[in-house]
Design a binder for this molecule. Structure first.
Ligand SMILES: *Cc1c(COP(=O)(O)O)cnc(C)c1O
Length: 465
């Protein structure tokens, strides 16, 4: 393909994208295909001869689109939204055309310097003190892994990378029983072992880890000769939005000299609105904080904002400088590959720049405020219906419910019926061992009418069962 042909095809793709988004409400949210339906339409072997792009585009519509679950659908209320606001999509398009590798300052100075500035913008936007420095990771999982490795190396005096963990003291890391599975995986990958991830019982409406239990667990470990290395707290955990008491956690961490990491992957975006910041009072005492602009803020996946109080401990954990990666003569620059696990890095700052400049922080706040308001109003409407119960109260736009008296099987059957219907998309979770339905809103283009459709769909289908 010549680049002149590329321009023509790119215009067609842009037209296709606009038509797709403006007619999305007409499609079922979740793919309605069966396992194997897509694979069956793909050839077993790659073609020997190339073909025209027109034919590929036609097949794209026919083969791919029926098997797509529409994450950008305004009635996507499942998992957590993974937004791709049009301004950020354009930035991603430009970034993929230039396709720079942003591992070192020298390999694209603009990308590094914009990344630094965008992390400063986000730090300011979230109301965090300007003592934090930031890096954009590919995902919250990677940021958490980087933080866990930092906890490990800091506790082992930076000997773990050199000597391995064989014969090392038994390290302990603490978190609540509500944390995301990415924390378990980080513990596995870091070689610490899931037996050494101590999950503290949660209490209260916000399901915070019990500070007394946390203190006791640390004291017991120390008495037994184990080495506490760090605490991972959550603001807005995935199941039902659990929020830890960050001030209490930070105070305990300080007392025992533990490294602290905060997983606010979803809820962090809402902290651009000052009225929600009470949920993370004390965040500014954490060593490491991650949130995903690719979830609620509107930046195209992938984009995980990782704030660090002292990047040097992270760099001491992850930096490696073979001669071929050295930049001579520019000692004061930032080489972001030293702050993250992969060497190669995409130009992710560009979409944040486009996003924040185009919508303005106030435009982004308005969206998040609407999502919270509309979601909580829907919760009240369902609460007023005698045949529904609200199981966990809204934390921002996330709450859980079930049909009154429904068994776990009946609750799952209702989730399945709703998703087969296609008007909306929801998922289930467990709360205290019982199956409930999660409702969460955060899609960039959703409107109040989409919540009315959600009410109609949920009540109609539950009553038909
Ligand atoms: C989504 C989510 C994650 C994982 O995010 P990735 O960027 O996909 O790794 C971690 N923690 C919480 C609370 C989340 O909601």
């Amino acid at each position: 393909m010549s680049w002149n042909d590329f321009a023509k095809h790119a215009k067609d793709a842009a037209d296709w994208g606009a038509a797709y988004h403006t007619t999305l409400r007409d499609r079922p949210v979740r793919a309605q295909t069966a396992p194997g339906d897509t694979a069956r339409q793909l050839d077993d072997t790659p073609p020997e001869d190339g073909c025209d792009l027109g034919a590929i585009m036609a097949d794209f519509e026919k083969v791919v689109m029926p098997g797509i679950t529409h994450w950008q659908h305004p009635r996507f209320f499942a998992y957590f939204s993974s937004n791709a606001a049009p301004a950020s999509v354009l930035a991603e398009f430009l970034a993929s055309i230039i396709a720079p590798q942003c591992m070192l300052w020298q390999t694209s100075p603009a990308a590094t310097e914009m990344e630094t500035r965008m992390m400063e913008w986000l730090c300011h936007g979230l109301g965090l003190p300007d003592i934090y420095q930031g890096v954009i990771q590919d995902s919250a999982s990677s940021a958490t892994l980087a933080a866990v490795l930092t906890m490990r190396e800091r506790a082992l005096n930076f000997r773990g990378n050199i000597e391995g963990l064989h014969g090392a003291p038994q390290l302990r890391i603490y978190c609540s029983d509500q944390v995301h599975s990415s924390i378990d995986r980080a513990i596995w990958v870091a070689g610490i072992g899931s037996d050494n991830l101590v999950k503290i019982r949660t209490t209260g409406d916000l399901r915070s880890m019990d500070p007394l239990d946390l203190e006791t667990a640390i004291a017991e470990d120390k008495a037994a000769g184990r080495i506490p290395a760090g605490i991972i707290a959550a603001t807005g955990a995935t199941g039902m939005g659990a929020c830890d008491d960050l001030e209490a956690v930070a105070a305990i961490a300080k007392e025992h000299d533990l490294y602290t990491h905060l997983d606010a992957a979803w809820a962090g975006s809402a902290m651009i609105c000052p009225e929600f910041r009470a949920l993370w009072t004390g965040a500014d005492q954490f060593d490491s904080i991650v949130f995903n602009p690719h979830k609620w803020l509107g930046a195209q996946f992938d984009c995980a904002a990782h704030f660090l109080r002292d990047p040097d401990v992270l760099r001491q954990t992850l930096a490696i400088r073979p001669e071929y990666l050295k930049t001579h003569g520019t000692e004061d620059v930032t080489d972001y590959s030293e702050w993250s696990i992969p060497l190669g890095r995409r130009f992710r700052a560009l979409k944040l720049w486009f996003l924040m400049r185009h919508y303005g922080m106030e435009g982004l706040r308005t969206r998040i405020r609407n999502h919270v308001k509309w979601s909580q109003a829907l919760c009240e409407r369902l609460r007023a219906e005698a045949d529904f119960v609200i199981v966990t109260e809204p934390i921002l736009s996330l709450w859980t419910f079930k049909a009154a008296g429904a068994s776990d099987d009946q609750t799952q059957a209702l989730v399945d019926a709703i998703n087969d219907d296609g008007r909306i998309y929801l998922t289930q979770t467990l709360v205290d061992g019982q199956k409930v339905i999660r409702f969460t809103a955060g899609q960039f283009d959703c409107e109040e009418r989409d919540f009315n459709t959600a009410f109609d769909t949920i009540t109609e289908l539950a009553r038909a069962m």
